[in-house]
Design a protein around this ligand. Structure first.
Ligand code: FNR
Length: 380
C-alpha cells in the first residue's frame, strides 16, 4: 500500500515498477559502457532471447475461490527458511554501475531478508561486504580457478567472513565470445575492478614477483591466468567438498546427467542457469532445461533457477516447473546503476510484491501449491 499512500501525497516511485524498462533507462542515464557490459551476452544474443521466450511461452492458469487472504512466500532452501524464493545472483564488478557497488546491493538484499550471493569477481573484498551485511544471509560464489592455494584461501576467507553457502560456477572456465565486450576490449576488467578478492588474497599475492601495487599489469595477468580452469572434471569436486563444510551448489547445470553427477558428488544443490545467456550462444533456454533437471534430481538436491527472470510471474513459473527459488541478475544491477542501494531495494520489493499478487490472483496462498499443472504452453 506504500505506493498508493505516496500517490495520495503526489509522490510517484523514482524508478519504473515494470523492471523490463530498467535496461533502457539505465543505458540512457549511464551510457553504453557500463550498461553494455551488464546487458551483453554471448554471440548475437540468441540464448538471452530464448530465455525470455521460454518463460513467456508458459502461461499460468489462474484458479478462483481458494482463500488467499493469508499468504506466505517463505520457502525452505538448503536447510534454511528464506522469507521469499529469491536470492540476488552473483554479478561481478558492480562498482561500474554505482559507487554503492556490492555493499549497496548486499545491504538492500539484507533489508529484505534475501540472500546476497557475492561474486568472486566483485569490486569489493568479501570481508568488506560481510561487514556491511551484519549477520544477514550471504553466500559466496566461487570462480574455481587453476590455483588450488588461491581456492583454498578464498574458501577459508569466505567461511571466516560468515558466507554460509558456496556457489560454484561451472559454466565459465573461459569467457565466451561476447561481441559487445570484445568491441570495447573488456574495459571494465582492464580497469581491474573485478580483482578485489584476488588482489587482497595472501595466496594470490604470494604468487607474484612484485607486490600488486608495484606491478599491477603482472597482477592482472596472473588473475586472468588462474580465474578459470578448463581442465576440471567431476572427480575434482572432491577437493571442494573436503574444504567447505556447508552446503555447496553447482551453478550452470542444464543437463539431467550433470545434475545426477552433482548429486553423486555429494553436492547439495544446483542452479539451472545459462549465465543469463552470457556463455554458450545457441544454448538451450534455462526454463526449457529446468523440468528435466528437476525430474532427474528434484528428490535428491535443491534445484534453483536463473536466467531471464524479470517479473513476479516469471518466478511463479520457475517455481511451478520445480525450482525451490530463483536468482535475479541484471535487473538489480540496473537498479543499482540508477539509484544505488535504494534502486536495488526498489527492484527486490517490486518483484516480490508482483510475485505475491500473481500467486494470490492465481489462487495460491504460498509457493507450496505450485506444480507443473499450474502452467499451460499457450499459443499466441
Ligand atoms: C553475471 N553472472 C555471474 N555469475 C557468476 O557466477 N559470477 C559472476 O561473477 C557473474 N557476473 C555477472 C556479471 C553480469 C554483468 C551479469 C549480467 C551476470 C551471471 C549471473 O549470476 C546470473 O546467472 C545471470 O545474470 C542470470 O540471468 P539474468 O537474471 O541476468 O537474466
Amino acid at each position: 500500500y506504500e505506493i498508493y499512500l505516496n500517490g495520495m501525497n503526489g509522490t510517484v516511485p523514482r524508478l519504473p515498477t515494470d523492471l523490463t524498462r530498467l535496461e533502457e533507462l539505465a543505458e540512457h542515464r549511464l551510457g553504453p559502457g557500463p550498461v553494455g557490459y551488464v546487458a551483453g551476452s554471448a554471440g548475437n544474443g540468441s540464448t538471452e532471447r530464448a530465455n525470455r521466450a521460454a518463460l513467456e511461452r508458459r502461461r499460468i492458469v489462474p484458479r478462483m475461490l481458494r482463500d488467499v487472504e493469508e499468504r506466505d512466500l517463505s520457502v525452505r532452501v538448503l536447510g534454511r527458511t528464506l522469507p521469499a524464493p529469491l536470492a540476488l545472483a552473483p554479478v561481478g564488478v558492480l562498482s561500474i554501475m554505482h559507487p554503492d557497488a556490492e555493499c549497496g546491493a548486499a545491504r538492500a538484499a539484507a533489508a529484505q531478508g534475501v540472500p546476497f550471493i557475492l561474486s568472486s569477481a566483485s569490486s569489493t573484498p568479501m570481508e568488506t561486504v560481510a561487514e556491511a551485511m551484519g549477520d544477514a544471509e550471504r553466500w559466496f560464489q566461487l570462480y574455481w580457478g587453476s590455483d588450488r592455494e588461491v581456492t583454498r584461501s578464498f574458501l577459508g576467507r569466505a567461511r571466516a567472513a560468515g558466507f554460509s553457502v558456496l556457489v560454484v560456477t561451472l559454466d565459465t572456465p573461459l569467457l565466451s565470445w561476447r561481441p559487445r565486450d570484445l568491441d570495447r576490449a573488456y574495459l571494465p576488467f582492464l580497469h581491474g575492478v573485478g580483482t578485489a578478492n584476488y588482489f587482497t588474497d595472501p595466496a594470490f599475492r604470494a604468487g607474484l614477483d612484485k607486490p600488486v601495487e608495484e606491478d599491477p599489469n603482472a597482477a592482472v595477468l596472473r588473475f586472468l591466468g588462474l580465474f578459470g580452469d578448463a581442465a576440471h572434471t567431476w572427480p575434482d569436486l572432491a577437493f571442494l567438498r573436503e574444504h567447505w563444510e556447508g552446503p555447496i551448489v553447482l551453478k550452470g547445470i542444464l543437463h539431467p546427467d550433470d545434475a545426477r553427477a552433482a548429486a553423486d558428488a555429494g553436492m547439495d544443490g544446483v542452479v539451472v542457469s545459462n549465465h543469463g545467456g552470457r556463455q554458450v550462444a545457441g544454448s538451450v533456454a534455462a526454463a526449457d532445461a529446468l523440468p528435466g533437471v528437476v525430474g532427474a534430481v528434484g528428490d535428491r538436491l535443491d534445484v534453483l533457477f536463473d536466467s531471464g527472470i524479470r517479473t513476479g510471474d516469471d518466478i511463479a513459473k520457475a517455481l511451478a516447473l520445480g525450482a525451490r527459488a530463483v536468482l535475479l541478475g541484471r535487473p538489480y544491477a540496473y537498479g543499482l546503476g540508477l539509484d544505488g542501494q535504494a534502486g536495488v531495494e526498489h527492484v527486490v520489493r517490486s518483484v516480490l510484491a508482483e510475485l505475491d499478487l500473481t500467486l494470490a490472483l492465481s489462487g495460491h496462498a504460498s509457493p507450496a501449491t505450485l506444480d507443473p499443472s499450474v502452467l499451460t504452453e499457450g499459443s499466441d
